[in-house]
Ligand binder design. Structure first.
Ligand SMILES: Cc1cc2nc3c(=O)[nH]c(=O)nc-3n(C[C@H](O)[C@H](O)[C@H](O)COP(=O)(O)OP(=O)(O)OC[C@H]3O[C@@H](n4cnc5c(N)ncnc54)[C@H](O)[C@@H]3O)c2cc1C
Length: 384
């Protein structure tokens, strides 16, 4: 992936937007444990940021995926993880399958307003009993007349307390697990949907995370995305973009974590010189910077292949794994050099230490990424 003038302009303009419209409010949203998604998405939508890679027909810009990657990377400039995550859910996790396989009616009704920012979307895959093992989900959508009747529960769903619709993965038949699932658009105000709980977390405070119950929830069958029984396949495709997005989002966040630590340790004195003047400290920061640039290389390489139309399951999994590892290693190492200040609640590095921990778990845990990579290396043991 080669960065062009257009990519750089996108990053510059979005950085300005973040500085003016997002970062001044982050502390308030973190304290409230929710951010006003409709208000923020409305502003992003009006500037065209929510549809960079979506078809022009539905209000998108029709650009290739490298632009999503640059946007994800730039969102690393936001001073928390929760807001970028919700934006990523809207642009690259809940909507790719709808854009690709949804009927025109569905795209008019749900995709177009997600691109303008008038509607907030969430993606419902994980359940109380199944996260890593997506094939094992239990939520069902049974045909009844022209409708589906949905029963089950979805857990950990980002933005679900304020979302207008969910891209839901449910079992629509008793066929084998990889062929019995469908993706269905479910409006969140449908009777029978219960927002059972706002889940309290150790980080990502400004993002609302819900447990959602479905009790005989009735939606028309025409709300299904694409073909019945193809939901698992569509979701796996959707995961490629989610994983590239997650890897890209880490790059700038990690770089800024290192930069903030350089600034702090340059000023802070101990034993007659700055903390940064210790070779142990500046060598460690140089090592971490090298790791972040390696992540950039891997992510851009994967993106280049993806834009060229290749299957990047292996590359995207490697990039997501590396990002997860570094989101733990870099803030942890940096926090150390802030001393007691690093251990305080409002410190930007301690916030990243908490928020970043999710990167090794959400959207496929590190071990799931390792399993995928091993599959491509043909070293994975036969399923038990
Ligand atoms: C803040 C937050 C936001 C989220 N947002 C969403 C969302 O919007 N939509 C959505 O659908 N989901 C969402 N998730 C769910 C997330 O994707 C899952 O938590 C994740 O996939 C892991 O599933 P699990 O929690 O059920 O862990 P489990 O599947 O119970 O796994 C627990 C641990 O076991 C280990 N493990 C699992 N499989 C293997 C293996 N094969 N080999 C070795 N070890 C293994 C891993 O270390 C893993 O972390 C979110 C989660 C969080 C915490």
């Amino acid at each position: 992936m080669q960065l062009t003038h257009e990519h750089e302009e996108l990053a510059r303009n979005l950085t300005r937007f973040i500085d003016e419209e997002i970062n001044p409010h982050v502390d308030e949203w973190e304290a409230a444990e929710i951010f006003p998604a409709h208000e923020v998405f409305g502003k992003l939508g009006r500037l065209g940021y929510l549809g960079l890679t979506k078809p022009e027909e539905w209000g998108g810009a029709g650009l290739d995926y490298s632009y999503s990657v640059v946007m994800a990377e730039t969102l690393g400039h936001v001073r928390c993880g929760g807001v970028p995550m919700a934006i990523g859910v809207q642009t690259d996790m809940a909507t790719p399958a709808l854009a690709r396989f949804g009927s025109d009616e569905l795209r008019r009704q749900f995709l177009a307003p997600a691109i303008t920012g008038d509607m907030v979307a969430c993606v419902g895959v994980s359940e109380p009993g199944a996260g890593s093992d997506v094939a094992a989900i239990r939520t069902t959508a049974r045909r009844d007349g022209g409708d589906y009747v949905i029963n089950g529960a979805k857990m950990w769903i980002t933005s679900s307390l304020q979302a207008d619709w969910m891209c839901l993965l449910a079992n629509t038949s008793d066929d084998p697990a990889h062929r019995n699932k469908s993706l269905i658009v479910v409006p969140m105000d449908t009777p029978g949907i219960v927002k059972a709980k706002k889940i309290r977390k150790i980080g990502m405070f400004s993002s609302d995370t819900g447990l959602i119950h479905f009790d005989d929830v009735r939606v028309p069958q025409r709300y299904r995305i694409g073909e019945e029984g193809k939901g698992f396949t569509y979701q796996m495709m959707q995961f490629q973009e989610e994983r590239l997005w997650a890897a890209a989002n880490a790059i700038r966040a990690l770089g800024e974590c290192i930069d903030m630590t350089i600034d702090y340790t340059r000023d802070r004195q101990a034993f007659g010189h700055s903390i940064l003047d210790n070779q142990y400290v500046h060598f460690r920061l140089a090592e971490l910077k090298t790791e972040v640039e390696a992540l950039r290389g891997l992510t851009y390489l994967a993106t280049g292949h993806y834009v060229a139309g290749r299957d990047v399951t292996e590359w995207a999994s490697m990039a997501k794994l590396k990002a997860g590892r570094l989101m733990r290693e870099v803030p942890d190492a940096c926090l150390q050099y802030w001393g007691g200040m690093g251990y305080t609640w409002e410190n930007p590095v301690s916030r990243m230490f908490r928020d970043g921990r999710l990167a090794s778990i959400g959207g496929g845990a590190d071990e799931v990424m390792l399993g995928i990579i091993c599959k491509y290396m043909r070293t994975l043991a036969a399923p038990r």
